[in-house]
Design a protein around this ligand. Structure first.
Ligand SMILES: Cc1cc2nc3c(=O)[nH]c(=O)nc-3n(C[C@H](O)[C@H](O)[C@H](O)COP(=O)(O)OP(=O)(O)OC[C@H]3O[C@@H](n4cnc5c(N)ncnc54)[C@H](O)[C@@H]3O)c2cc1C
Length: 444
């Protein structure tokens, strides 16, 4: 029971202490706004970036892990906070498995390439070309936006491929990014997501670096500076807004000049707004889908697969599982990180462990007996509704314009609202900074 903090007044209240909310707070704090509070529902900050301590290997990153070299917002923030980077890239190109056969894609397949490889290269090129037409700050203005938003990415792939293998590879490539079935997701959204992240552009990857101490270090360092401006275990239940913003929590009521709601749109939908948000915002929040992975770890005494496996990154269309080798350079232990799709949530942990071991054995020849298996199922987290966002057909053209529109004194952040690297840590930092700057324009 905390009574000493009831009914305080601040200039800015930030709801959500993930990377986005903490970046917003940091931006404001550095601009001289020290009358602020971060209200975080969980008993820790970091949201989808957090470390779990491990007795043998120090820690593991349970959420966001890799950073790409064009993800300059998160890299700049790391530099500013004194968080160093280390090599993130795993060895070798991605190897895709389909019906038990493992293949490496070629962008420019030779004459002797299989029909499936040629088909995949042509559909990928077509996809990339379309994604280049998407204006990042207003994807709803893409040429033929309504048509592209009326079909799912899955339907588009079905129409634009001739071979079953290329269809599966293309669907698999999209699944890797959105953690779900391309048939559930708008084609326009997938084009926007890919353009926004440069996902299929080999010059722009998302896995060049990792952060020393883990991605959690970023929010932990910001929290050190903010001190008691960060309130944990403080879920915001209700926000009433008008001349000021009133945020109701179990620790009391916070009156603020401005608020930033920094979380997944779906999670924002669990807050009661009074008066209700305009219809377009309600639609955005209620129809936004969250897709969830199960992230798993297989720890071995050493990387038994080194010298045997063809690459450090495999994706299987058969099991819809992706695995990266993240063993340290000195080989002092072997660590594989994998991702299962949400349907694996229906299995027990024992069954998932069995599937994970079978998967890494098929991919890496890793051996059937890891020293340890552990996992996190994002469908089961209390305060976050999933891993990454994906929009169903129709939503982006109908309600997308509300993404970054403040409602009175309420501003929005969260990686889903970024116009660059949406769904990534970089997008979280950018969206937090953007919301903070919007408020600074009002305050200064
Ligand atoms: C398994 C996994 C792997 C990933 N891998 C990568 C990767 O390798 N590279 C990369 O760049 N990105 C990766 N990501 C994505 C990245 O982690 C996220 O994009 C980023 O962390 C999102 O930050 P955020 O602040 O926008 O949202 P969140 O981290 O979700 O933060 C929102 C916060 O709001 C809090 N909250 C919710 N409701 C309330 C409420 N009512 N009151 C108060 N607080 C509330 C939540 O507890 C949470 O702390 C991964 C994500 C997952 C889940």
């Amino acid at each position: 029971m905390i009574s000493d903090r009831q009914n305080i007044q601040v200039s800015v209240a930030i709801v959500g202490g993930g990377l986005s909310g903490m970046s917003a707070a940091w931006e404001l704090y550095q601009a001289g706004i020290d009358s602020l509070v971060v209200l975080e529902a969980n008993d820790r900050i970091g949201g989808r970036t957090f470390n779990q301590l491990h007795p043998k290997i120090g820690y593991v990153e349970m959420g966001g892990t890799w950073v790409g070299r064009t993800q300059t917002a998160v890299l700049d923030l790391a530099r500013q906070l004194g968080v160093a980077t280390k090599q993130g890239k795993v060895d070798g190109a991605t190897i895709y498995g389909y019906q038990g056969i493992w293949t490496m894609h070629e962008d420019n397949p030779s004459e002797s390439a299989t029909p499936a490889q040629k088909d995949f290269a042509q559909v990928m090129a077509k996809f990339e070309q379309l994604s280049q037409n998407v204006p990042l700050d207003a994807p709803w203005n893409t040429p033929n936006a309504e048509t592209l938003d009326s079909i799912s990415a899955g339907e588009w792939i079905d129409r634009n491929t001739e071979t079953i293998e290329a269809r599966a590879w293309m669907a698999g490539s999209i699944r890797q990014g959105i953690a779900g079935d391309p048939h559930q997701v708008s084609m326009l959204f997938v084009l926007y997501f890919m353009a926004n992240a440069g996902f299929f552009d080999l010059r722009e990857t998302a896995e060049d670096y990792r952060l020393v101490g883990g991605s959690h270090s970023l929010t932990l360092k910001i929290a050190e500076h903010l001190g008691d401006r960060v309130w944990l275990n403080t879920r915001v239940r209700e926000i009433s807004h008008g001349d000021r913003v009133r945020l109701v929590t179990k620790r009391g009521v916070i009156q603020a000049d401005y608020a930033i709601v920094a979380m997944m749109p779906k999670d924002a939908g669990k807050i009661h707004f009074d008066p209700p948000l305009p219809a377009i915002h309600q639609q955005l929040i209620s129809e936004w889908q969250q897709m969830s992975w199960i992230k798993f770890f297989c720890l071995y005494p050493r990387p038994l697969w080194w010298g045997k496996a063809a690459s450090g990154h495999y994706y299987s269309m058969d099991t819809e599982a992706e695995v990266f080798d993240v063993s340290p350079d000195d080989g002092s232990y072997g660590l594989l990180i994998g991702f299962f799709e949400p349907k694996y949530s229906n299995l027990s942990e024992v069954e998932r462990r069995k599937c994970a071991i079978q998967t890494v054995t098929d991919m890496f020849g890793a051996g059937a007996a890891p020293e340890e298996y552990f996992e996190i199922d994002y469908t089961q987290q209390s305060w976050t509704s999933g891993c990454v966002a994906a929009l169903p057909p129709g939503l982006l053209t109908q309600a997308g314009a509300a993404l970054n529109e403040p409602v009175g004194r309420i501003y929005w952040a969260g990686t889903e609202r970024s116009t660059r690297w949406i769904n990534y840590m970089d997008g979280a930092v950018r969206s937090g900074q953007h919301a903070a700057r919007q408020i600074l324009e009002q305050l200064i």
